[in-house]
Ligand binder design. Structure first.
Ligand code: DX5
Ligand code: ZN
Length: 187
């Protein structure tokens, strides 16, 4: 029996309160925290490294699994720094692979990489099915557009690690924005 893992994507969290957002997710029962590392978002990249540090320093060992998604050209350049900061696992894109032979988990992107809030691509489920048939016990992670209306499709195809950004953090942010706008209107 494969273990289901839910990984909130910190890319959609409130950046001003990253550490408390991380702890909030863990307290809600998140199995891992998904960190998107993108060089073109240097600011976010360094925040994420800092977050790795904060979370790994402040939670009992084993509680916060930091799932680092390296959307960079040379992923190996980041492994040491992130590892020291508390990263637990790394995924990188096959397009930049230099023949590494990773086995523990495969990430299947279900949106174009780079942004949250995109629409789930159901056609990627073919990849998940093929992988699951070939590797019955492998952790297969899906990332992008996952929420209440798509998670069943991903699970049925064989994914057991679910990354979710906007569907986890979105509602609160929308509520927040609504209340700010209301306050503006009413002065
Ligand atoms: C997209 C990132 C995702 C993103 C997912 O390139 O890899 O981790 O944060 O966000 P949602 O769940 O909103 O699609
Ligand atoms: Zn990601």
């Amino acid at each position: 029996q494969l273990e289901a893992k839910i990984a909130p994507s910190m890319l959609s969290s409130d950046f001003a309160n990253l550490a408390s957002e991380a702890h909030r997710m863990i307290s809600f029962g998140a199995d891992r925290l998904h960190m998107d590392i993108m060089v073109r978002l240097t600011f976010f990249c360094s925040l994420n490294i800092k977050l790795c540090l904060t979370v790994s320093l402040n939670t009992p060992a084993g509680v916060a699994y930091l799932d680092c998604h390296l959307m960079v050209t040379n992923p190996l350049d980041y492994v040491d720094q992130l590892g020291k900061a508390g990263a637990s696992g790394f995924t990188f894109h096959v397009e930049v692979s230099k023949g590494e032979n990773p086995v523990e988990m495969v990430l299947v992107m279900t949106v174009e990489p780079g942004f949250g809030w995109q629409k789930f691509m159901p056609e990627m489920m073919n990849k998940v099915c093929t992988l699951r048939e070939k590797y019955p016990t492998l952790d297969i992670e899906v990332d992008g557009g996952l929420g209440p209306s798509t998670i069943d499709m991903a699970a049925a195809a064989g994914a057991n690690c679910i990354v979710a950004g906007s569907s986890v953090f979105g509602l609160r942010r929308v509520n927040f924005l609504t209340s700010v706008n209301k306050a503006r209107v009413t002065g």
